[in-house]
Ligand binder design. Sequence first.
Ligand SMILES: [Zn+2]
Ligand SMILES: [Zn+2]
Length: 643
Amino acid sequence: MINLKFPDGSERKYPEPLTAIEVAKDIGSDVGRSALCVDIDGEMFDLRHEIDRDSNIRFIDFSDEKGKEIYWHSTSHIMAQAVVRLFPNVKVAIGPAIEQGFYYDFESEPFTDEDLLKIEKEVKKITKENHRFERKEVSREEAIEMFSSKGEIYKVELIEALPEGETISVYTNGEFSDLCRGPHLMSSSVVKKFKILSTSGAYWRGDSNNAMLQRIYGISFPTQEEMDLFLKIREEAEKRDHRKLGRELDLFSFHPEAPGIPFYHHKGVILKQLLIDYWRYEHDIDGYREIQTPQLMTKSLWETSGHWMNYKENMFVTEMEGSENALKPMNCPGGMLWYKSKLHSYRELPIRVSELGHVHRKEFSGALTGLFRVIAFTQDDAHIFMRADQIKDEILGVIRLTHRIYKTFGLDYSLALSTRGEKYIGRPEDWDIATKGLKDALDEYGQEYVIHEGDAAFYGPKIDIYVKNALGKAWQCGTVQLDMNLPERFDLNYIDESSEKKRVIMIHRALYGSIERFLGIILEHFGGFFPMWLAPVQISIIPVSDKYNDFATEVHSRLIKEGFRVEYDDRSEKVGYKIREADGVKKIPYMLVIGEKERDTGKFTVRRHKSNDTFELEIDEIILKLREECKERILPEGYKVEL
Ligand SMILES: [Zn+2]
Ligand SMILES: [Zn+2]
């Protein structure tokens, strides 16, 4: 008897071995139809895999990330099959699934638009031909023979690089065979909708000393609705790419002379400062004290913190008078020294110390992407020092603060708790107290969270906070990390009720993560149309002709004195053009058009961006209304999130 257990707790018994697809069909036609592959005791297999022993079974469909990966990766085999059919001289390299879709690399002439259309057509044909994906295990010699006879030099190179004794499998769909670990779909007809997204050159194994290959990116879906939604979101995401918006809104730029480090333009500085001002406001409410620790500190400090042994290759090290110093990659060691600068009593705890620390970390140049991956950035760091009985309340405080901040930007978020893994330092009972503190805080907070069992860093459990932007893209921004390591290394204590020294408990936490990255995230989230309080330019003043310049200048200086960020557009362009530019390109929240009526009556027609509705008010009323909008940090239309 084979006993199979399913995620819902149910069990099924079978008298003899059977394939996964037979089990799926036995459960019901729905499962049989939607299953793409199967997870057996934590390992992924094809649906044709035979189950011959008691196991835990989970069927994977397209809604699962793993399911998408297999669907997309299988489509890459089909696309390679189509390319080889149409262009028999190409050599195939690799074709993995990526976050959105997949790519395949070929040694070939660059593909023309016409070629790509042909490939798309051929893929559709192959999916209809309904080829089974057949798995076959082969010896190293067989595999090398098989691919070298076809001149597939890249495959041979991959096989030769596999460690001795590794199982080598080949998947065949129709006339096409590919070296692959799998698993795969049952057949090519499971792929319903397919599209080529783009092409680019790519070096074999990412190394510029190697041959330049041609990469084709593609995507596939089970239904047309899913494909349409994907293409719509993609189009919108391209419009909102923060690098493009950064240029268009004149916020920042990058230069080859400083790889991975942004140059902030005037409006970018304003935006960054506004993020920091707001952050300080919320942290003041919660009783944080802000400090600043040095950029450059001695090797001995980094030895104490452990960075010199574990993180040195990511640090910028410099020399002075024969001794080595490093630019800080993290703020923690500085914060620890601050704590040690005097004795602390139990009555002082908790102490919440924040620092907007500018850090430098080495990155591979290929990994740098706009503001999302940079070499120098400002972390919105804080360290909280406390007693064991304060863990729950402090964590709860951090989550509530995070909630206030994210909701102000209209960002939804989710929470994940990571618990102790195999490698850890400290005593298990301390871990239990710490993990319970985090868990109790999450439970009391009441929002659902997931537990990543065994995923914690070796020095303590943590809570990760993921934000989701307006297009549904998720980012890990916030972290609340309990640390049992640094208080030991730096010998951080407090004096308890009976005048005894006790080890202090410490958490690191960041909410924006880095100001740079968060700025990139909200740029894409708002598509550049910032809420009034955050817009680098809030009001554009547009006189209808030179005749009204004196009056318009008066209004301009009045609004500036009232604390608004105002632009005065006196170019000799048409009014309609100026309005369209202020609204659509510069994305300025309000436009004040000034002409005869305004001058004579003192009443202004105020135009709100992205909408045709206008309202008519006197200047004092406008000031009150807009000031209120800033004070309440009102979100633009469509970003309403309840607090
Ligand atoms: Zn494959
Ligand atoms: Zn830290």
